[in-house]
Design a protein around this ligand. Structure first.
Ligand SMILES: [Zn+2]
Length: 397
């Protein structure tokens, strides 16, 4: 049943095809909310491979299914990308899918069209080798992750028909097994003042001066946030500041700062907001605090509003999912895998963080490539991930 040599040989045989497919989808720009063209291309590839069922949900996420067994295994890969940033930093065209010395270059190659392509082609191996099992193998090309991680799976799990037993995130892990990440929040703090003519500031109340001690306190707050042995430290930083006033010759009547808060084990939306409310500077300024909302339209014009609170999550190292992954890895490579966590955030915030669906990560490419100029992924990683996804599916059943 688990013929390691045959799986490896077949994966190697498909290397040319997967490289071509990845280069194709890298060459189709797909910023968050603009994924339609890449979804169409993916749908074509799924047809070519012979997926049993291909569906696109009302939000615009695409699913391919193979088999209709009891165990629902979903391999998720977001197919949107961030923008390219400063073009002068790119030595290669970000949308050509250049292939050189076994590296595929371009925006989205590592983050994370590569992982998605590997999952898609794992389906081809299952199909072509007729590898049977009591599984429904799904590959999900999810959208809008870069703008709002997990929004896709919040929607799918609320409105869709798929109830996975396990989700494997195909984001880059350098072919290691990941089992969690810190959460995050986008928070806004506002102080109000009373404007007056700038020539007589004593007549008004300056909102910026009210904010100043809060800024100091946020910096101090960061240094005393909790450290978790596995996930690392909770952090907070101020990402933006702005203010309003009737003119440049007036006292400011409002000041707003935005916080990027990363949540480690044990930290929640409630605890993070409470900490801010407790700051003496915050109380003294009578300031306001809120978590921001996300309500952008998908490429299919669907709006699914959510709060920008992305809970942290982990699954236990000794749990079924991680141990299945460890066995699959050992069978393929005859050695112990490294087990770790992402530094950034993933769709796991919805699958595991909100809905408690066991979620793990395994993906080709290096996490450090994400959002960087000259982003690239080793083609051989794609082959290895393909093998692992097949091995995990068989081992899980
Ligand atoms: Zn990503």
């Amino acid at each position: 049943m688990f013929d390691k040599k045959l799986i490896s040989k077949t994966a190697e045989k498909y290397k040319k095809d997967i490289v071509k497919f990845l280069r194709d989808i890298v060459a189709i720009p797909s910023l968050s909310t603009k994924e339609k063209k890449v979804v169409d291309r993916i749908s074509l590839e799924m047809k070519k491979i012979g997926y049993d069922e291909i569906t696109i949900d009302p939000m615009g996420n695409i699913f391919g299914r193979i088999g209709k067994g009891k165990k629902i295994i979903v391999f998720d890969g977001h197919i949107d990308t961030v923008d390219i940033g400063d073009p002068s930093l790119w030595k290669v065209d970000p949308f050509k899918g250049r292939y050189e010395q076994d590296l595929i270059y371009g925006r989205g190659s590592a983050d994370q069209k590569g992982g998605f392509a590997s999952a898609l082609y794992a389906g081809k191996i299952l199909k072509d080798l007729k590898l049977q099992g009591d599984y429904s193998f799904y590959v999900c090309g999810s959208i809008m992750e870069e703008d709002c991680d997990g929004l896709n799976w919040q929607y799918i799990l609320k409105n869709g028909e798929i109830k996975p037993n396990v989700v494997v995130l195909t984001e880059s892990t350098s072919l290691n097994i990941y089992r969690g990440q810190r959460g995050r929040m986008e928070i806004e703090i506002t102080t109000k003042g009373i404007s007056c003519h700038g020539s007589a500031p004593e007549r008004g109340i300056n909102a910026i001066y009210k904010m100043a001690p809060i800024i100091k306190d946020i910096e101090k707050l960061n240094s005393r946030l909790k450290i978790d042995k596995f996930l690392g430290k909770g952090t907070v930083t101020i990402s933006q500041i702005r203010s309003t006033s009737p003119s440049l010759c007036a006292v400011s009547d409002s000041c707003t700062i935005n916080l990027d808060r990363r949540l480690t084990a044990g930290e929640t939306e409630k605890s993070a907001i409470e900490e801010i409310r407790k700051l003496s500077s915050f109380k003294k300024a009578n300031a306001g605090v809120k978590v921001l909302d996300y309500k952008e339209k998908s490429y299919k014009d669907l709006v699914f509003p959510t709060k920008k609170y992305y809970p942290m999550w982990t699954v236990p190292e000794q749990g079924k999912e991680v141990q299945t992954a460890v066995r699959a890895y050992r069978r393929l490579y005859g050695k112990k895998p490294k087990i770790s966590h992402w530094v950034f955030s993933t769709n796991g915030i919805a699958t595991m963080g909100m809905h408690k669906i066991p979620t793990i990560g395994f993906g080709p490419g290096d996490e450090k490539q994400a959002h960087s100029p000259n982003e690239n992924i080793p083609a051989q990683d794609l082959v290895e991930a393909m093998k692992f996804y097949v091995a995990f599916t068989l081992e899980y059943c």
